[in-house]
Every structure is written in C-alpha cells, then in structure tokens.
Write a protein that binds this ligand. Structure first.
Ligand code: NAX
Length: 343
C-alpha cells in the first residue's frame, strides 16, 4: 500500500491528522520489529494515526515491498499511509520523527575507521535531506552504528535544524543494565531507576551503577558485591550484543526496536519525578564532555516536551575514569570522520 488512508476509526470517529515517521533501513531486521509496533500505536498512542515513510537502498526495495504487504495485511486502524522509497527527499518530506536505522554492518577484515567512513557518508546525505524536507518539529534518533558519530555527522550536515533535535540511541544499553541489576537483586526491572549510560554506544560505554537506585535505595546499598558491579555487571552490559549474536546467530533486533520506541516515548512524555533516562545528545560541555560531541548522559523531559541534561550528579573517581575513556573514544571517532563534518 502506498499513499493516504482515511483517518477514521471503524466507528466513524475522525482522529487527529497523521504524524509522518521516516525510518531508514526499513527492510532490515530492526525495521521488521519496529514498523509494526509503531503502526499499532506504540509510540504515539491509540488515537494518533501515523504515515510511515520507509527508506531503503535500491537493492532492498524488493524485500521492503514484502514488508509493506505485511503492513497492509495487518489492517492497522492507525496506519494512515505507507511510502516505500529509495529517494531521500521523498522519504523525509514532512517528517516529525526520523529513525535512522539503516547502515552497513561491519564485515570481516574491516577496521573500525573503515566502518566509520563508509557509514558516515550515508549520514551526510541523510542530514542534508532532513534539513531540506522534514517538518519544523523534527526529532532525529540515530540507531545505525556507530550511532553517536553517525548522529554527529547527520547533525552537522543538517544546516538550519537545531542541535537539540538530534539523538543517538543508548536506551538498549540502559534497559540491559536495568535487567542485569534487577536479576542480581531479585526484583523486577521496573524497580530500577536513575540508570545512566554514559558516553559512546560501544564497548567503552559506562552503565553508572553508582547513581542507580533500586526501589529508591542506591544500588550499592542493595547489591553490596562491589567487585561484581565494577567487573561482571559492566562487562555483561557492554558485551550483551555479542552474547546475543552468539546465541541467536543474529544481532539484537526486537529489543533494539523496543528501545527505539522507549527512547522516543521518553523524549515526548514528562520524566517521573527524580528519575532520568539515557540517550546521547549534543554536549554543551556538561560533566567535562567536549562541547559538540554526541554523548550519552542523564536526560529528563519536562511537561512541555523539552529535554535537558540532569546536572549535579555525583561522579566518583571510578565513574570519572570510565566516562573519560568513552569520551576519548568519541573524540577519536570525530577525528576519523572530520572530512564529513563541514567547518
Ligand atoms: P540489517 O542489516 O538487518 O538492516 C539494515 C538495513 O539498512 C538493510 O535493509 C539495508 O539495506 C539498509 N541500509 C543500508 N544502507 C542504507 C542507506 N544508505 N539508506 C537506507 N537504508 C540502508 O541491520 P539491523 O539488524 O536492522 O541493524 C541496523 C543497525 O542498527 C546496525 O547498524 C546495527 O549495528 C545497529 N544497532 C544499534 C543498536 C543501538 O543500540 N544503537 C542496537 C542494535 C543494532 O546493533
């Protein structure tokens, strides 16, 4: 299906105007989990229709056509339209939300810097197309790896779009960290709050157990095994992606799609009193993180849907060392793609 559907429920009640959501890499495995949840209302709720613009590269347009047939076959009441396209201008036209998932996976023999360069080029064109075509209220969440630096490139090539509209996803890491802490403490993951992932979405990320809480009590008072927190916990979170590839024979997809949905919902809805969530944003120099880097920090959303970095959180020596190492990696990534960032 392409084009517009009437925005009416079966009972004849006319709903709000559709929101346009653009998703790159829509024929990939994260896309396959993500599209159906968005179309069923998981981000914007049960009375908000969505128009999905699904962006792929030409060789994947055939597979994308199959996914679109399945979207049709769900007869989602909230799905106002679907536009599959390989054209960036068409794909980002009128978008209020862009989820940049598509990128090239690392192949055998490829160095990290090769990957940065290859994927980086994708994000210059997408940043420019977003600037030309998206709606004034656009929010861009980059999921495709290396997501922090891809986001940095898109942001710097989207002339005229405010920097506070760009995000890179570290929510899967946050959710993984919460689930590990909950399992160790014998509680539900819901009981874990104030969990910040600092820095890069990579093996240097730092899941901050020092400030995290379980049912309001500092994690370090609930889990007294400091060695476990400093070693096993951090390593498990950092290496969870690899563990899933080993077990499943494919990388995380449903949990990544879920985290993308959590990210957008957290950016749109007020954060619970005293809590925060993790997403990488453009640093304004908070916590000693270089201004202009896309780094994961503790974020809150206010009643008007504006986000801010939570300031004044305790950073002990252990945390400082971990955050600095991840920020150093972000600096090196920025250096490696400096030719893709306009002066
Ligand atoms: P797949 O390889 O299944 O799908 C990627 C899709 O992107 C393919 O269909 C491909 O044709 C498309 N694509 C490639 N270049 C494109 C371009 N220039 N424009 C539009 N589409 C393009 O990968 P999948 O498992 O869906 O993962 C997608 C990305 O998410 C990868 O970069 C992956 O590393 C990253 N992840 C990020 C996570 C995060 O927490 N930030 C976690 C999950 C995931 O690892």
């Amino acid at each position: 299906m392409t084009g517009q559907r009437p925005t009416a429920k079966g009972n004849g009640i006319v709903m709000k105007d559709p929101i346009t959501v653009s998703i790159t890499g829509a024929a990939g495995q994260i896309g396959y989990s993500l599209l159906f949840r968005i179309a069923s209302g998981a981000i914007f709720g049960p009375d908000q229709p969505v128009h999905l613009k699904l962006i792929e590269i030409e060789p994947a347009m055939g597979a994308l056509a199959g996914t679109v047939m399945e979207l049709d076959d769900c007869a989602f009441p909230l799905l106002a339209g679907v536009t599959p396209t390989a054209d960036l201008d068409e794909g980002f036209a009128g978008a209020s939300l862009a989820l940049l998932v598509g990128s090239i996976p690392r192949k055998e023999g490829m160095e990290r810097n090769d990957l940065l360069g290859i994927n980086g080029k994708i994000f210059t064109g997408q940043g420019e197309a977003i600037a030309r075509n998206a709606a004034g209220d656009i929010r861009v969440v980059v999921i495709g790896n290396p997501c922090n630096t891809n986001c940095l490139i898109a942001m710097n090539n989207a002339s005229g779009v405010d920097r506070d509209r760009f995000f890179a996803m570290t929510r899967l890491d946050e959710n993984r960290a919460k689930s590990q802490l909950a399992a160790k403490a014998g509680v539900h993951a819901n009981a874990v709050s104030n969990l910040c992932i600092w820095g890069n979405h990579s093996a240097t990320q730092y899941p901050d157990f020092v400030n995290a809480r379980i049912a309001g009590t500092p994690v370090t008072e609930v889990i007294e095994d400091r060695a476990w927190l400093e070693d096993d916990f951090i390593t498990t979170v950092q290496q969870r992606g690899s563990a899933i590839i080993k077990a499943r024979g494919a990388s995380s997809a449903a949990s990544a799609a879920n985290a993308a949905i959590d990210t957008v919902r957290s950016l749109l809805t007020p954060t619970a009193e005293g809590d925060w969530f993790s997403v990488a944003v453009c640093s304004a120099g908070q916590y000693g993180i270089d201004s202009g880097l896309i780094a994961s920090m503790p974020i809150r959303t206010d009643d008007n849907g504006n986000w801010s970095v939570v300031e004044g959180i305790e950073i002990d020596d252990f945390s400082r060392g971990k955050i600095d190492a991840s920020v150093q990696e972000l600096r090196e990534e920025r250096e490696a793609v400096s030719d893709l960032i306009p002066a």
